[in-house]
Design a protein around this ligand. Structure first.
Ligand code: FAD
Length: 448
């Protein structure tokens, strides 16, 4: 039996869920098809042995994420600020320096350099039109160099360079040599600026959602009801000028329009008939996902707070896998959570190791920063997003050098009845949950 609706949405990550929710509000009928046995995509919870939940995917929201705050309000979900009291640590290899704010205490020369790099980067980003980054007068020039080349040309302090690299790793989950300057500038401008992206209070890491971001996806799923179909991996989409059919796991779906809300690397795995224009496929081929393993250790209590520490550490010690940490304790809970990211080349290396090997290395990182107590967690979890069949990396996709200027203008263009959502297609807050909502709203507007 074929299920006929007005619209098919593929992918029940935040973008697909929100698109389906909006369409239903307009009175349209929808089939929302999701490959996994759960909703949320890059938003997921883990339950520790004591019952506490922790986000192992996206978690933070900040000022400007108006769609997210509005949705939380709509579904009566609460949020709270990330713990940001006390001093942060800069681990320089042999010793730790304590500091406050976003810029660590360095020697004056390195500090000046880092401040200048951040300022210069954000000045360049400000001139980009996020609707059309390829139209900037310097677009070709900036798209032909990597962030690494720009960094080497514009800095003389090794420490400042290293810290800037860590900031880029923390935001994109890639090495500076993998992305073009234009992509990095556009991404920063899409969310305001790089300073916003690495900040806690007033920045992208300001707030957490009580019960985790996956809870919001569950609320959206509940609102969508029977129109949501889990375990429906879409491998083929057949389309005509005014209709589309999808068969998935023995089920048939038909609609006038389809919204695909999947990351580019997943779109490449779908067989479109007739084939999509070559430029679409080529674009997705040039948009690999970043590499990140999110690691969380649970302790009896957040012991680092007793030492006057915030739980935030930045490490310049290359042999430790974790370069950035946060206090991920949920407000109101007794147990303390330390969270660390393994990113870029480190993630590719540690993704090949066993969980036990990773755990030992991550706890060693935590203990180096916060003391021996960190070696004795009551529970531990990590998630390598490259290992997830329907994500294959995170936080988002990053066009390789030259891609924005040669293929970027095809990113959002519909093809026949096919419309493209997903955070990667967002103009504002691309790569973030807010971007996933923005992209969904744009697609729904395209359909009306
Ligand atoms: C570790 C990590 C940390 C992050 N931190 C933050 C953060 O703090 N703040 C923030 O705002 N963002 C963060 N992000 C990014 C954020 O999670 C994403 O921007 C957002 O969730 C993307 O939503 P989406 O719907 O566009 O894509 P996805 O969540 O990837 O959804 C796509 C959906 O499509 C499904 N799918 C794939 N292939 C098929 C197929 N063939 N058939 C059917 N379904 C398919 C997938 O299973 C998935 O459910 C983070 C992400 C990760 C992984």
């Amino acid at each position: 039996m074929t299920i006929k609706t007005d619209v098919i949405v593929v992918g029940a990550g935040l973008s697909g869920l929100y698109a389906a929710h909006l369409l239903q509000q307009q009175g349209k009928t929808v089939s929302l098809l999701e490959a996994r046995a759960r909703v949320g995509g890059r938003l997921d919870n883990h339950q520790f042995n004591n019952g506490d939940l922790v986000d192992v995917g996206g978690q933070w929201i900040g000022p400007g994420h108006d769609g997210m705050y509005a949705l939380l309000k709509k579904f009566a979900l609460d949020f709270y600020p990330l713990y940001d009291k006390g001093q942060h640590l800069l681990w320089l290899g042999k010793k730790a320096r304590r500091y406050s704010g976003t810029i660590p205490t360095l020697n004056p020369w390195a500090l000046l350099q880092l401040g200048w790099l951040m300022w210069r980067f954000d000045m360049l980003a400000r001139s980009i039109d996020v609707k059309a980054p390829w139209s900037h007068t310097k677009a070709k020039q900036w798209d032909s160099i990597t962030v690494e080349s720009w960094l080497k040309k514009n800095s003389f302090s090794k420490q400042a360079r290293e810290l800037f690299r860590i900031s880029i790793g923390a935001v994109f989950a890639v090495e500076c040599s993998e992305i073009s300057l234009l992509h990095a500038l556009n991404y920063a401008q899409s969310s305001q600026n790089l300073d916003y992206l690495i900040s806690v209070g007033g920045g992208a890491q300001q707030d957490r959602i009580h019960g985790g971001s996956a809870g919001l996806c569950q609320k959206l799923a509940h609102s969508i009801g029977d129109s949501l179909h889990l375990n429906r991996k879409v491998s083929a989409i057949n389309w005509h000028a005014n209709s589309v059919t999808v068969s998935s796991e023995g089920h048939e779906y038909e609609a006038e329009k389809i919204i695909v809300a999947m990351p580019p690397n997943q779109l490449l795995r779908v067989n479109f008939t007739p084939a999509l224009p070559g430029v679409k496929d080529q674009l997705w081929q040039h948009m690999p996902a970043g590499s990140c393993i999110k690691c969380v250790a649970q302790y009896e209590k957040p012991f680092w707070r007793e030492q006057g520490l915030s739980g935030q550490a930045v490490s310049l010690q290359g042999d430790l896998p974790v370069r950035v940490t946060f206090d991920n304790t949920e407000s109101g809970k007794t147990a303390g959570l330390l969270m660390g990211f393994i990113e870029g080349d480190h993630a590719r290396h540690w993704g090949t190791k066993s969980e036990a090997q990773r755990k030992a290395a991550v706890l060693k990182s935590f203990a180096t920063f916060f003391g021996e107590q960190a070696l004795s967690p009551i529970d531990y979890v990590d998630k390598d997003w490259a290992g997830e069949e329907f994500s294959r990396g995170c936080y988002g996709a990053n066009p390789t050098p030259g891609t924005w200027t040669s293929l970027g203008h095809h990113l959002r263009t519909p093809v026949g009845p096919i419309h493209f959502a997903g955070t990667e297609t967002a103009e504002h807050f691309t790569g973030y949950m807010e971007g996933a909502l923005n992209a969904a709203q744009r697609c729904v507007n395209e359909l009306s």
